[in-house]
Design a protein around this ligand. Structure first.
Ligand SMILES: [Zn+2]
Length: 196
């Protein structure tokens, strides 16, 4: 029995040392699905206090909107200067920080109300999976990694894994959070989001 235990321990040690378990490092934490037991989700931003939100890229200008000429464009592209700070729009949990095809260096943040935000093409990520962040915490630096031709932040807002136009939530021209209620409805696997 002792020998079996020793062999097992030895195998485990070798596996850990050779990094067999480190591949799990970059797998995203699965966010809780707000549509798990309902087909209608409301996120209320009408009373969000100033300290509880942050425009993700101070000095950022929209260079490519959600959808627009690129129907599959699932985010809003914001541009300022290379290596400017990319900040968490709201508080939450970092569910992914690493490299992903197309996105380059990308950070995913899950917020407690069911919203998810993503920040892509970073020159460098400064948080790691499992970190708790507050609104305004620096997540990364602006870059052009992945599928990007110029330094910018590809900013995505999602509910239940479905991206919607962040302009519904942020006034990108004035860098302000809109005082809205977002209503998301899921029908036949498709999520539609409206702001009221
Ligand atoms: Zn983009």
């Amino acid at each position: 029995m002792k020998r079996i235990h020793f062999t097992f321990s030895l195998i485990m040690t070798v596996l850990v040392l050779t990094g067999c378990f480190s591949s799990k490092e970059n797998v995203a934490i699965t966010p809780t699905d707000p549509f798990k037991s309902t087909d209608k989700v409301t996120l209320n931003y009408r009373k969000t206090k100033k300290r509880d939100w942050q425009y993700p890229l101070e000095g950022g200008k929209v260079i490519s909107p959600f959808g627009g000429k690129r129907p599959n464009h699932k985010g809003t592209d914001l541009k300022s200067k290379a290596n400017d700070e990319v900040k968490a729009a709201f508080g939450g949990l970092v569910t992914y920080s690493g490299v992903m095809s197309g996105y380059g260096n990308v950070v995913f943040v899950q917020h407690p109300n069911g919203l998810e935000t993503r920040y892509a093409h970073n020159s460098m990520n400064l948080v790691k999976k499992g970190d708790k962040v507050k609104a305004g915490d620096v997540l990364a630096l602006e870059g052009k990694t992945g599928n990007a031709t110029t330094e910018h932040v590809h900013f995505e807002t999602l509910i239940g894994g479905h991206a919607f136009d962040s302009e519904l939530l942020f006034d990108h021209k004035h860098h302000k959070l809109r005082k809205v209620k977002l209503q998301a409805k899921k029908r036949k696997g498709v999520v539609r989001v409206k702001a009221k």
